[in-house]
Write a protein that binds this ligand. Structure first.
Ligand SMILES: [Zn+2]
Length: 162
């Protein structure tokens, strides 16, 4: 059985700035209102016969959205991004060996991902959700769709207990 969270109606959203390094138009810093949909497939279990408690799944996902909200998303694992200076307050980096950025740390999230496309963000958020779910013996998969606004998104399904 499957349970779903529709990000529009359950308020699983964040607004953030990013760039798609090397892309002709999306290579410039720009923003999206992201919406996150979550699907969990598994066996019903426990006192209430839930696949997973909606409240727990919403709280976990909302916390992840909040950690990304109103920030510039920086893909630290990009081969085209080099951090040139960093202290507690500031980060400086170059992109494609030519574009120089200096941003306050409070305005960024440093992510261990190769890019900040919807595809990579869906993998990141799936992994974070799985990391937060406690007992997963009865679950088959977690799937996360990250939508850049309404109508376009990328989804990632991670199987568990295989
Ligand atoms: Zn974009």
């Amino acid at each position: 059985m499957r349970v779903n969270l529709d990000g529009i109606h359950t308020n699983l959203r964040f607004s953030a700035a990013h760039m798609v390094i090397g892309h002709e138009s999306c290579g410039k810093i720009h923003g999206h209102s992201y919406i996150v949909d979550v699907e969990v497939d598994g066996q019903r279990s426990g006192k209430f016969g839930f696949v997973i408690d909606f409240k727990i799944l919403k709280d976990i996902t909302r916390k992840i959205c909040k950690s990304l909200d109103h920030r510039v998303l920086i893909p630290l694992d990009s081969p085209d991004l080099k951090v040139t200076y960093e202290d507690d307050n500031t980060i400086e980096f170059t992109v494609l060996d030519c574009l120089e950025y200096k941003l306050p740390k409070q305005d960024v999230v440093l992510l261990p991902i190769p890019s900040t496309t919807a595809e990579s963000l869906s993998v990141y958020i799936t992994d974070k959700i799985i990391g937060e779910i406690g007992d997963m013996d009865t679950l088959n998969y977690v799937e996360v769709q990250v939508n850049e606004g309404i109508g376009q998104g990328a989804s990632n399904r991670q199987y568990l207990n295989e």
